[in-house]
Design a protein. Structure first.
Length: 429
């Protein structure tokens, strides 16, 4: 049976980037997307860091419908009834396109339309059920009763990646390595967003929350400003949610988050126009799947290319870079006429030369570091408490600030061996 050159399973950023790089090389390429259109099933918050991928993308994102250039970074520790906020901005952020907020339903659809103009077939509502095998080599895909033979299959089918699992490249998921993200998109006028987040036209804010937002469970909250909407949501570790006693329904956490004083004013008058939920990889470098096999490559979330750094969450730039490098590997394999695992292994070798695996390797200890209840209970509770103690003036004379701080540090256990050990362990992340 005659084979097409490449079947890409999944119309997310890694699959679309792979197709874009292949498009001008006289190859038969099809992208199969399970959703109604590329991006329709994506729940990313989210933001795209552009600087790391500029050397790779060429003209791929020229004219892309990006939302706002992020010029404000905010972090909040939420106690039970108080909070402590950090707000950072700087000339470097304001004068460069370092990162942008995006709406994936808009961005992915736009990119897929560019691909179709280049002659790539992007087929929506197409579920892929299985792989075709020739001996021990992947030789295409099965969709319903249809078989599509191909020289190479690119598994870009997201975090659960049944294609990578069926190819024996990805082990079955463990709850501790995944989280569930729940997001609302809230419509708000551009003028109100500018005013409430202290930004100018086309400037945006990325805001992360820790503590009471997840009731002490692993995870946090996020808020990203778009042109005339806000992406607001929470992420909760699946293992933490399963072990929670008493049990709690995840969607109620988002309702409680929206009702907090710190959030209520920001979204006041807004109208929720979209609600979605999705599984998110949290295992980091140590849970990356095998990236290649005979006739198959794995990219993006399917490979586990997502990085929770505590202060920010990355993934989209990893997806784009991995898709482009997968495409370049396929082009090299085509020249050789050899799609074996030995030839396709250069994909991983290339990734190790880029920020993708270098950054993930550098942060390989982060998941273990963050697997500490204190980051979601103790610290979000006590740091706002310390500030409240210092800033409260009652009907009695105010003692020296240093005395207040020292007493609170000792009584809270902040000076204990356990807390000092946690502080010392920062050097490993």
């Amino acid at each position: 049976m005659e084979k097409i050159d490449v079947v890409i399973v999944g119309g997310g950023l890694s699959g679309l980037a792979c197709a874009y790089r292949l498009a001008d090389n006289d190859l038969q390429v099809i992208v199969l997307e399970r959703g109604d259109f590329p991006g329709s099933k994506n729940v990313t918050g989210g933001r795209l860091y552009l600087e790391p991928i500029k050397p790779l993308i060429g003209d791929m994102l020229e004219g892309a419908p990006l939302e706002r250039r992020v010029v404000r970074e905010r972090w909040s520790l939420l106690g039970d009834n108080n909070s402590l906020n950090i707000d950072f901005t700087g000339e470097r952020l304001r004068k460069t396109g370092h990162s942008y907020t995006v709406l994936r339903a808009t961005l992915d659809r736009w990119l897929s339309e560019r691909l179709m103009e280049k002659g790539v077939f992007v087929i929506p509502t197409k579920r892929v059920d299985d792989l075709i095998w020739e001996d021990k080599t992947v030789a295409g895909i099965v969709s319903g009763e249809e078989e599509i033979p191909a020289h190479v299959v690119v598994a870009a089918d997201g975090v659960l990646s049944f294609m990578a699992e069926k190819a024996g490249l990805k082990p079955k998921m463990k709850p501790k390595n995944y989280a569930v993200g729940i997001k609302e998109i809230i419509e708000l006028s551009e003028e109100k967003i500018n005013d409430r987040f202290n930004v100018e036209k086309d400037e945006g804010c990325a805001h992360l929350f820790l503590g009471d937002v997840t009731k002490g469970m692993f995870g946090g909250g996020f808020l990203y400003t778009n042109k005339d909407t806000i992406s607001l949501g929470i992420v909760i570790g699946i293992k933490a949610l399963m072990e929670r006693a008493p049990t709690i329904e995840a969607h109620t956490l988002l309702d409680d988050f929206k009702a907090r004083y710190e959030i209520k004013r920001l979204i006041e008058g807004g109208n929720t126009i979209e609600y979605s939920a999705h599984v998110i990889p949290e295992g980091g470098y140590n849970t990356i799947s095998k990236l290649y096999g005979d006739g198959i490559l794995v990219t993006g979330d399917a490979a586990g290319f997502a990085l929770n750094m505590g202060v920010t969450v990355r993934g989209m730039e990893f997806a784009i870079a991995s898709g482009i490098i997968a495409a370049e590997t396929i082009l090299m394999a085509r020249q050789k006429g050899d799609y074996s695992a030995q030839t396709l292994s250069s994909y991983e070798a290339r990734l190790r030369e880029t920020f993708v695996l270098k950054d993930m390797m550098n942060c390989k200890d982060m998941p273990e570091f963050l697997d500490n209840d204190a980051f979601f209970t103790y610290y979000p509770k006590y740091f706002p408490h310390f500030v409240e103690k210092v800033m409260w003036f009652g009907d009695q004379p105010k003692e020296k600030i240093g005395q207040t701080l020292w007493r609170e540090l000792k009584s809270s256990g902040m000076m204990s061996f356990k807390r000092l050990k946690e502080l010392y362990s920062i050097k490993n992340i």
